[in-house]
Design a protein. Structure first.
Length: 422
């Protein structure tokens, strides 16, 4: 066994401005240790002689500005060193943002708001992580927002959210999202309920504005916004709406000249639009892998990245909660009450009578305390999965990160399902 472990260990000597890229095999793990020099992963510095573990399917790049020696152990699908990276362009972008932050700090105004856009698999999330980390390393506290409902980096897939970042991302676990602000959307594509999506993006932006007004430091640090890779048709409209909602100053377009030109033509001149190259290391993901990664994200919420959390399972009486979904099927305008548009039904709260159809659905626990609240625009506290419905006893069983009782009793149903099979 020891021999095998030895065989699997590889050493890489990285020269200046190069990176080691690797992908951890499915159902395997890998470990990296920096034994000399200095290196960073998506903007977070590695500590020397510390072992970092990566779970199945992780796609990692360790970059070095000055050279380092790395020891890689475990099962990796590919592991190679590349000297072709866009890191210099990215760090220059960061430097330009930093100038805007310094100016904002001096003038007590708002720091840069950056929207990161581009097609799927160009490294949008990674660039957001990098820019956020670099800002934090200089003592800033930017807001990182994510409006990519397919991944749901702040909450679960089917949500959008934001958090104030005060520490660099953990190498293994990413940003600590202990208190993110999360809104329930319920679907995995913005197209499923376009109206609701845009409304929630606007709401998120409003709350971020309030947060910025409360702290001079957060305000001058700015906002970094990650978007979905949906850039055509309504997806493009959604990006423009988001740019307006967040009043962005800068748009970083990754790897698509067409989108860059389109935005340049459509947005006002004060929005600075920059075209950035993608990294050759970003790996393309098939639809199947995306679905898998959504599933892992939900599993991780309940069980932890390394199976280190222990969720609870308990029964909830139908009578003890109120369940809603957002958006009624649209009716032709002629069937609606006078004055109501069919769009309005998309953002309407619809009460649900508990039924077998709830099984396996993800539920968001709303922070709203009464039904008189504007539940659609209220943030959520956490998530449950329905693992059983007993119509005879009028109870359903939930998987929950915390023991009973539920923190609140207004629940919102997602389209998204999760099967709790290991
Ligand atoms: P999506 O379209 O799903 O939103 P995206 O454009 O945000 O994707 P990322 O999630 O940033 O892309 O990157 C895709 C994958 O590639 C991630 O698993 C990330 O860890 C990996 N990755 C990013 N940069 C590199 C790199 N330089 N080398 C190796 N892997 C990388």
């Amino acid at each position: 066994c020891l021999k095998m472990a030895e065989e699997e260990s590889q050493e890489f000597k990285l020269k200046v401005n190069s990176e080691l890229r690797f992908e951890v095999e499915h159902k395997a793990s890998a470990e990296i240790e920096m034994i000399e020099g200095s290196g960073e992963m998506f903007g977070t510095e590695l500590a020397k002689n510390k072992k970092y573990a990566f779970v199945s399917g992780s796609k990692v790049a360790i970059y070095t500005w000055h050279g380092c020696v790395l020891k890689l152990k475990g099962k990796t699908e590919v592991a190679y060193v590349s000297t072709e990276t866009p890191m210099t362009v990215y760090v220059n972008t960061h430097a330009a943002l930093e100038q805007m932050r310094s100016k904002a700090e001096e003038d007590s105004t708002r720091g840069p708001r950056i929207l990161v856009v581009g097609p799927t698999d160009v490294g949008k999330s990674t660039l957001c992580r990098l820019l956020t980390n670099y800002a934090v390393r200089l003592g800033r506290s930017p807001v990182l927002a994510d409006i990519d409902v397919g991944q749901g980096n702040m909450g679960l897939p089917g949500t959008i959210g934001a958090l104030v970042v005060e520490r660099t991302a953990d190498i293994e676990e990413g940003f600590l999202n202990t208190a993110p602000l999360v809104f329930h959307y319920g679907h995995k594509s913005p197209n499923d309920n376009f109206q609701l999506y845009n409304m929630l993006v606007l709401r998120l932006a409003e709350i971020i504005n309030v947060r910025c007004e409360q702290s001079k430091k957060v305000n001058s640090s700015g906002v970094i916004i990650n978007t979905a890779g949906w850039i055509r048709g309504a997806g493009y409209e959604a990006l423009k709406q988001a740019a307006g909602a967040f009043e962005v100053d800068v748009i970083c377009v990754l790897d698509q000249e067409r989108l860059y030109n389109q935005l340049k033509g459509d947005l006002p001149d004060f929005v600075k639009i920059v075209l950035l190259p993608k990294s050759g290391g970003v790996v393309e993901r098939s639809q199947a892998i995306r679905a898998d990664s959504r599933d892992s994200r939900i599993r991780e919420y309940f069980y932890g990245l390394k199976n280190n959390l222990f969720p609870h399972t308990f029964d909830v009486k139908f009578n003890d909660v109120k369940i809603f979904k957002i958006g009624a099927p649209s009716l032709p305008e002629s069937c609606l009450p006078l004055g109501m548009k069919s769009q309005d039904s998309q953002t309407k709260l619809v009460p649900l009578v508990p039924a077998m159809s709830l099984l396996h659905h993800v539920l968001s626990v709303s922070a709203a305390t009464t039904v008189d609240h504007d539940i659609v625009e209220t943030n959520v506290l956490g998530f449950l999965v329905v693992t059983n419905v007993d119509m005879d006893k009028s109870v359903f069983t939930v998987l929950s990160p915390s023991p009973r009782p539920l923190p609140q009793t207004i629940l919102l149903v997602m389209d998204i399902q999760f099967m709790d099979i290991k």
